[in-house]
Design a protein around this ligand. Structure first.
Ligand code: HSE
Length: 305
């Protein structure tokens, strides 16, 4: 095969209590076309989000991820051209880097007529990203609970409840995952770990059953959000505004700065209340309404020529 097309969903990781373990695919997608070239050039052509900032040479994350897979397979590939159409805002906690890693791996694997199985792709994606909670739903779609053990990623996929809507309130500033992880303590108190364990387990069961009672409490967190609030001005007030406006639950999306709220309807007052709370702290933001997506990159690639 010479050319493949891969579509990868945005993802919201953690959902509050499920730090580094729970993630959900969203109905906003980046599209990638990967093509083997005869010359020795590795190039990326980027349209949309990040077109001015992301590298177009071999240091591009899509190309680096593809090369990682080619190397693992022990297959020398001369050149690769990636055409990237980005819709997911960058460095906002919506899994844009996970889409690049997943697209590079899934696309490269398809170009090699799938030398690796899906489990191997998942493990490579998690290794490259450093945590599994974005790449797992980006690959599998839906809500995915995952953990890594001895180089293998264990996943449980939950079909998202059909009635869920998601409000993403996206501040107009970047926050790198590395900076947001650097703010976290190396050790936490046992009672804080216990606080999260019960809530994360409850969260997974509740989402699996489509039962939303108590979801708001189940999404509370003591392991990462409190330490990140200094990086996201107004975060606490945005959470409070979402709860007052009737959100089923609210959390920092991934490492932030986006705040996501779950709702039973596309309720403009909810988005406005959250954006208003950010604005009161001098933070302009954009509201995106979406829904969980059942589709992941591993179920959504198309072979061309
Ligand atoms: N679980 C990761 C974190 C997600 O919160 O740092 C990063 O998108």
């Amino acid at each position: 095969m010479e050319r493949v097309f891969v579509r990868v969903p945005a993802t919201t990781a953690n959902l509050g209590s499920g730090f580094d373990a729970v993630g959900m695919a969203l109905g906003v997608y980046n599209d990638f076309e990967l093509e083997l070239t005869k010359d020795e050039s590795w190039t990326a052509e980027i349209a949309g989000e990040g077109s001015d900032d992301l590298p177009g040479d071999e240091t591009n994350l899509v190309l680096r991820s593809a090369r990682f897979l080619f190397d693992r397979a022990g297959i020398a590939v001369k050149g690769l051209k990636a055409k990237i159409s980005n819709r997911i805002p960058l460095a906002r906690g919506l899994g844009s880097s996970a889409t690049a890693i997943v697209a590079g791996l899934v696309g490269a694997n398809a170009l090699l007529n799938r030398v690796f199985c899906n489990d191997e792709i998942l493990a490579m994606a998690s290794l490259l990203e450093g945590h599994p909670d974005n790449v797992a739903p980006a690959c599998l779609g839906g809500i995915v609970v995952s953990f890594e053990n001895d180089g293998r990623l264990w996943t449980q996929r939950i079909c998202p409840p059909a009635e869920l809507h998601v409000a993403l309130v996206v501040p107009r500033f970047h926050l790198s995952t590395a900076a947001a992880r650097a703010a976290l303590p190396r050790q936490v108190a046992l009672e804080d770990a216990v606080f999260n364990v019960g809530r994360a387990a409850f969260l997974a069961c509740a989402l699996g059953k489509g039962s939303f009672d108590g979801l708001s409490f189940a999404m509370e967190d003591r392991l990462h959000q409190p330490y990140r609030q200094n990086l996201v001005p107004g975060m606490e007030e945005v959470f409070a505004a979402a709860k007052r406006a009737g959100a089923l639950g609210v959390a920092l999306s991934g490492a932030g700065p986006t705040v996501m709220a779950l709702s039973l309807q596309n309720d403009s007052r909810l988005g406005e209340a959250m954006a208003g709370a950010f604005a009161a702290h001098g933070v302009p933001s954009d509201v995106i309404w979406t829904k969980p997506s059942s589709h992941g990159a591993l179920s959504q690639f198309e072979e061309k020529g």
